[in-house]
Design a protein around this ligand. Structure first.
Ligand code: F0G
Length: 344
C-alpha cells in the first residue's frame, strides 16, 4: 500500500514530530509514458496523473500537510477561497481531521463535481457574486479576524506538501527530467515544484501555461475579468506571482498563454488518443507544449525528457466533457437495430 506522503518524504517536510498525520494516502500518483505525445514533441514525454489523488487533484498533497499542521496547532476550522479543487480537498481533509470547513467559490463558475465533493464532505459552501481573486481577498481578511486556519496556497504548508510531486517525478524517473510543463493559476503549484526540485538540486526548464483570457503573468499585469473554459485557472491576480516568475527565470523557462480552443483540443485528444481523462485546466500543459514547443535559452540544449503535470481528474467537470463529446446513440432493445447502431 502506498505510504502517505508525509511519511514517505517526512525528512524534507519541516513538520513537528508531535503533529497528527491527517491523511487519505495521497501522493505516489502514476507517472505514465505518453507514446503519442512523445512522437509529436520529438521527446520522451511522461504524464504525471495528479487526478489519481484521493479527491482527484494535486491539492491533496498540500492539504494533508496544511490540515495536519492546523490540527496540531489546535485549529477548529479551516477556510479557503477556491475555483473548486482546493474547496473539495479542504472539505475532505477537514472532515477527516474532525474540523469544520468553509469554502468560498465564485458563483456559477466551479465544475459540478467539485461542488458535490465540497458539499458531501460537509463544508459550508458560500457562492460569492464575484471571482476567485475577490474571494481570496475576502478569506484573507476573514482569517485575520477569526480563529480559523487559511488553507489556500498562501499558507506555506500547502507549498511544503506540494513539493513532494517534484520529488516523486525525480525518484520515479531515476533522475530529474530536462523540462516540466504545468498549468498556472494562483501560481502555488509551480512555486512548489521549483522548491521541490531545488531540494533535490535539480533544475529542469519550467514551462508554465495560462489560459489566454486569464493570463496575468504573460501580460505582466493583473486581469480584472478573467475568463476561460478552464474554470480551475480562471484567476486574474495570482497570489504567488513573484515566486512563480522567479522560478521561470531561474529555470530558464517561460510562461505562455493558450487559447480555450487549444485547451479543449488537447483535452479531447488526451482522452481519445492516450486514454487519459483530465480536466480542462490540466490539459493546458499539453496544449501549451503542442502550441509553443519547448523554446530554450541561447546555447541551451533542447530538452529530451519532459514531464507534463495533469493536475486534476476529468470526472470533476462532466458538463464540459459532455458539451464537447460526440452524441450518445439512442436505440431500441432489438438485435438488428443495435447491430446497425454499433457497426454502421
Ligand atoms: N490545475 C487545476 C486542476 C487546479 O485546480 C488549479 C488551481 C491549477 C491547475 C493551478 O494551480 O493555482 O497552484 O497555479 N486551483 C485552485 C483551486 C486555484 O482553488 O482549486 P495553481
Amino acid at each position: 500500500m502506498p505510504q502517505p506522503l508525509i511519511e514517505r518524504y517526512r525528512r524534507w517536510l519541516s513538520l513537528d514530530e508531535g503533529d497528527p498525520v491527517v491523511t487519505l494516502n495521497e501522493g505516489s500518483t502514476p507517472l505514465i509514458h505518453s507514446p503519442r505525445l512523445s512522437e509529436r514533441l520529438e521527446a520522451d514525454v511522461h504524464l504525471k496523473l495528479e487526478g489519481a489523488n484521493p479527491t482527484g487533484s494535486f491539492k491533496d498533497r498540500g492539504m494533508t500537510v496544511a490540515v495536519s499542521r492546523a490540527k496540531g496547532q489546535g485549529a477548529e476550522a479551516v477556510i479557503c477561497a477556491s475555483t473548486g479543487n482546493t474547496a473539495a480537498s479542504a472539505a475532505a481533509y477537514a472532515a477527516r481531521a474532525g474540523l469544520r470547513g468553509a469554502v468560498i467559490v465564485p458563483e456559477g463558475k466551479i465544475a459540478v463535481g467539485k461542488l458535490a465533493q465540497a458539499l458531501m464532505h460537509g463544508a459550508r459552501v458560500i457562492a460569492l457574486q464575484g471571482n476567485f481573486d475577490e474571494a481570496l481577498a475576502i478569506v484573507r481578511e476573514l482569517a485575520d479576524r477569526n480563529p480559523v486556519e487559511l488553507v489556500n496556497s498562501v499558507n506555506p504548508w500547502r507549498i511544503e506538501g506540494q513539493k513532494t510531486a517534484a520529488y516523486e517525478v525525480c525518484d520515479e524517473l531515476g533522475e530529474p527530467p530536462d523540462a516540466l510543463a504545468i498549468p498556472v493559476g494562483n501560481a502555488g503549484n509551480v512555486t512548489a515544484y521549483w522548491a521541490g526540485f531545488q531540494d533535490y538540486e535539480a533544475s529542469p526548464v519550467l514551462y508554465g501555461f495560462q489560459a489566454a483570457g486569464a493570463a496575468p503573468l504573460v501580460e505582466g499585469h493583473p486581469v480584472e475579468q478573467p475568463e476561460t473554459v478552464a474554470s480551475a485557472i480562471r484567476i486574474g491576480n495570482p497570489a504567488r506571482w513573484e515566486e512563480a516568475m522567479n522560478a521561470f527565470t531561474a529555470s530558464r523557462g517561460r510562461v505562455a498563454a493558450v487559447s480555450d480552443d487549444q485547451i479543449l483540443d488537447a483535452y479531447r485528444w488526451l482522452a481519445s488518443s492516450e486514454g487519459v481523462f483530465c480536466e480542462p485546466a490540466s490539459a493546458a500543459s499539453v496544449a501549451g507544449l503542442l502550441a509553443h514547443g519547448m523554446p530554450v535559452a541561447d546555447g541551451a540544449e533542447q530538452p529530451r525528457s519532459v514531464v507534463c503535470v495533469l493536475t486534476g481528474h476529468g470526472l470533476k467537470d462532466p458538463d464540459t466533457a459532455l458539451g464537447k463529446a460526440p452524441a450518445v446513440i439512442n436505440c431500441e432493445a432489438e438485435l438488428d437495430t443495435v447491430e446497425r447502431a454499433v457497426f454502421s
